[in-house]
Ligand binder design. Structure first.
Ligand code: SF4
Length: 165
């Protein structure tokens, strides 16, 4: 059996676009197994950084006002990721996973949001009509509502207009 390593991360930030309608603490998990051609975050390919399980509590404490934690990767260690997801929920926050897998992971539970799909230079990211990637709202580990269209520029303009009127 392959040796499953504890999850490490290389940096974090507060983001508004990655999960619509949420203020998210995005945590960049290293050791990405997908190695997509044209990846804009290839610094995450190496297994480097601090252990996320040592820091998750302090990271959340430091960022008052967030509504969601977005794990950018981490599904290479589903057991640990599941523990982190449960901890984030205990803190009263929602959870999103961005994975480079083209499939909905069957061993990750209790997500509120999920982005799937490797990055393809030809097909583009979530904001492109040609994208292979998908963004879902998840209910009870059973229902996956495809909300990818919310990332399209024209849809964002409609949302903005509605908010302003
Ligand atoms: S999943 Fe994301 S970080 Fe990993 S190689 Fe693909 S684009 Fe890069």
């Amino acid at each position: 059996m392959a040796n499953i390593q504890r999850l490490k991360y290389l940096g974090h930030s507060i983001v508004f676009q990655e999960v619509p309608n949420e203020i998210s603490l995005a945590i960049n998990i290293s050791g990405c197994p997908y190695k997509c051609k044209g990846c804009h975050s290839s610094y995450l390919w190496e297994y480097e950084g601090r252990y996320i399980s040592d820091d998750i509590e302090a990271l959340i404490n430091k960022h008052d006002g967030i509504t969601c934690v977005c794990f950018m990767g981490g599904d290479q260690n589903p057991q640990e990721l599941n523990r982190l997801i449960d901890y984030v929920h205990l803190r009263g926050l929602k959870v999103c996973l961005y994975t480079g897998s083209d499939n909905i992971p069957k061993d990750i539970f209790h997500l509120d949001y999920l982005k799937t799909g490797h990055y393809s230079e030809k097909l583009g990211g979530l904001d492109k009509s040609t994208t292979n990637q998908r963004f879902y709202i998840v209910h009870n580990d059973e229902e996956y509502f495809d909300m990818t269209i919310m990332f399209r520029k024209e849809m964002q303009n409609v949302i903005k207009d509605n908010q302003e009127s």
